[in-house]
Design a protein around this ligand. Sequence first.
Ligand SMILES: NC(=O)c1ccc[n+]([C@@H]2O[C@H](COP(=O)([O-])OP(=O)(O)OC[C@H]3O[C@@H](n4cnc5c(N)ncnc54)[C@H](O)[C@@H]3O)[C@@H](O)[C@H]2O)c1
Ligand SMILES: [Zn+2]
Length: 336
Amino acid sequence: MMKELKGRERSSRIHIGDSLAGMEMCLTSDDIIVITDANIRKLHSHAFPEAEVIDVEPGEGSKNLRTVEHIYEKLLELGADRQSFIVGIGGGIVCDITGFAASTYMRGLRFALVPTTLLAQVDAAIGGKNGVNLRHYKNIVGTINQPDFVLVDMGFLDTLPPREFRNGMAEVIKSAAICSRSLFEYLEDNRENILGLDTESLGRIINDTVDIKLDIVSRDEFETGERRKLNFGHTFGHALEKLLPYSHGEAISIGMMIAAKMSVARGMLGSEDSERLERLIRDYGLPHKAEMDTDSMIDALGKDKKRVGDKVKFVLLNGIGSAEIVEIPLDELKKV
Ligand SMILES: NC(=O)c1ccc[n+]([C@@H]2O[C@H](COP(=O)([O-])OP(=O)(O)OC[C@H]3O[C@@H](n4cnc5c(N)ncnc54)[C@H](O)[C@@H]3O)[C@@H](O)[C@H]2O)c1
Ligand SMILES: [Zn+2]
């Protein structure tokens, strides 16, 4: 399946369900350089295209300018020039670092992404945002630049640790909750197949989730309005991630439930819909609540970059598959 993302500067093709082995067809340069991480290299390098390989240490700790500098130096040593083509093969971290390094080296080389985690397949590799962390600020240095293509090979998910798979499912559930009642129902009805990594079911959920992101991003490439809906569950999620040892997917699952409860409290969402969301989150092995002290939570929210004065912009639901952006004063939050 092939889709196109029309960016302001460049368009990008997204191939879902193709195999990495067949990628050579998409490559128009014979000077290919692969960027990956050590885990992926060990498990999957047999399927890589013929190329020089640069690998980075796995983990968020590598998503910084030192790693980018290391990549620039390797590119120099390899004699990379504007004819070279960079392929990032890995999770969201490799995709973000690759997109940034490729977009900046010699003011921009052409590149492609082959996401290997569910999260990267439905989210990190889609939309053209890429960047790295600086000090404790996440993604604070980066570019918005579309790859030539993104190739989603579901075969990678066979080796993905279950907790990483659940992380990606949290973003799939989020997209369904804000934009697609039919995807939401599909997730409710096809849990066994999805958790069993059935190719057809995975293809369906990845396809729908990518469509949702593409639809939103194409209307709002530079994040001024619509794109904020993708932050459903993320305002509280980010605060939780900072304070407790939750993974991103776990934290946003709890964040989605807090936002759903706020939606119910404001009379926007029926309590039966909030319960449906809770059931779905639990069905996919994700947490729906956290024990924590309200003050430290509000304090962390106060530092959120989406804050405007003493109000925070929240994405709330007004039904399953439908979201709205609402500004809420910090005092009102304490009550929830
Ligand atoms: N640019 C964007 O729009 C965007 C959107 C969402 C998230 N992100 C970023 O994505 C990053 C998180 O990405 P992630 O969750 O994919 O994490 P990740 O890249 O760290 O991958 C998770 C772990 O799984 C391993 N792994 C990856 N694929 C594997 C496979 N097929 N088999 C076995 N192991 C595998 C990796 O080596 C790593 O240890 C964050 O830095 C986040 O900021 C970016
Ligand atoms: Zn997220």
